[in-house]
Each structure stands twice: as C-alpha cells, then as structure tokens.
Design a protein around this ligand. Structure first.
Ligand code: C5P
Length: 208
C-alpha cells in the first residue's frame, strides 16, 4: 500500500530537513523534487549558458536520469536561480511529472517535497503539509548554509535571491507556489528543527 506525504513551501523554509526526518521516522522513501529542476537548471547553464533558450531547456528536461539527482554541484545559488527559471516552463514541468508520480506511488510510503506536490503532482496525497517561515528567517538560514559550504556570499545577496525566487515561483502561470487548501500549515519561523519535525510527525500520525 502506498502512503503519500506531500510537503510544499518556499525556499529555505525547512521543508528538506522536515521531509528527511519524517521519511526516516516512518521508513518512507524521500524525493526532494527541487533537485529535478536543479538538474535541468545546471545542465542548461552548462550547455546553453545564461540565455536558457526554452526549446533546448525542454529537450534537456527529457534527459533527466535518477542518478543525476546524486550530483554534488546542484546546491549553488546560480543553479537555484536557473532551476526556478526552467521550472516556469510548462513543458519542463510536464516532462518531470511521471517520474514524481511513480516515485510517490511506490509501496511502503513516500515523502515528496517541492512547490506543487499537494496541488498538481499528488492532489490525493494522504497528508499535505505547507512549511513556511518569514522571508528574513529563510534568508538567514540559506545564508548560513551557503557560508558553511564555503560559497562567497552576503546576507543581502541571499535575501535578494530568496525574494526573487519566491516572486518567480508564486507568480508563474504553471503550477505556482500556493498552499493547498487541505494542507496543514507549519510556520517554522520561531521553531527549532526538533519542534518542526515533532509537529509534522504528530500530524502524519493522526492520519495513519
Ligand atoms: O526546493 P529547491 O530550492 O531545491 O527548488 C529549486 C527551484 O525548483 C525552486 O525555486 C522552484 O522554482 C523549482 N521547483 C518547482 N517545483 C517543485 C520543486 C522545485 O517549481 N516541486
């Protein structure tokens, strides 16, 4: 039997951390769907350059392989921006749907996190969470993360990036970032990781 947990929310809200912890707790598989768009964004930057010609980006989105998600160069700020640009192309999104749905419907349970899991990919998910936090808290967290990885960056730059990505993700026509009506809202602005994870687990436990 499949059991699907859909976790959506804006960049750096804590979705990834919560998703990983929830998947480990329940023994479910986990897919960070942002990585799919990052794989396409990275490949586009490398082979097309910053112009990101849509025809060629669409072609690249048909070539994504599961092992590409293991690449170690997907977490840079440049790839994040490219990912959010390629993610606005409807054909790119369409080409990535089957992979995500097959992953979700595996037996044993799955956690998928992204922007449109509860709205488009798995509208019938057993549990939907919308994980969010204030823009400043998210920028602070992302800044720390990039700094720890040795990226040359500033808080102001990261804040501007988060704002630009939020705007692009929520205003695009194809599968914009919105909280599904039937989602549980988890605002992590003033929560520790442990608190956010405990709350997510309690919500899921109540549905099992
Ligand atoms: O979650 P992450 O920051 O890795 O996502 C990178 C970009 O991929 C996001 O800014 C968003 O534009 C896009 N994305 C998406 N739909 C998803 C997951 C990510 O459009 N389900």
């Amino acid at each position: 039997m499949s059991f699907i947990v859909a976790i959506d929310g804006p960049a750096a809200a804590g979705k990834g951390t919560v998703s990983k912890a929830v998947a480990a707790h329940f023994g479910f598989a986990h897919l960070d769907t942002g990585l799919l768009y990052r794989v396409v964004g990275r490949a586009a930057l490398a082979s097309i350059g910053p112009s990101l010609d849509p025809e060629r980006v669409i072609e690249l989105s048909t070539e994504v392989k599961p092992e590409d998600l293991e690449r170690t160069d997907l977490r840079t700020a440049a790839v994040a921006q490219a990912a959010s640009k390629v993610a606005a192309i409807p054909e790119v999104r369409a080409n990535l749907v089957t992979f995500q749905r097959e992953f979700a419907n595996r037996s044993g349970g799955a956690v998928l996190d992204g922007r449109d899991i509860g709205t488009v990919i798995c509208p019938d998910a057993d549990v939907k969470l919308f994980v969010t936090a204030s823009t400043e808290r998210r920028a602070e967290r992302r800044f720390k993360e990039l700094e720890e990885r040795g990226e040359d960056t500033s808080y102001e730059g990261v804040l501007a990036d988060v704002i630009a990505r939020d705007k692009r993700d929520s205003e695009r026509e194809s599968a914009p970032l919105i909280a599904p009506e039937d989602a549980h809202l988890l605002d992590t602005s003033d929560m520790s990781i442990a608190q956010a994870v405990a709350e997510a687990i309690a919500i899921i436990d109540a549905k099992r």
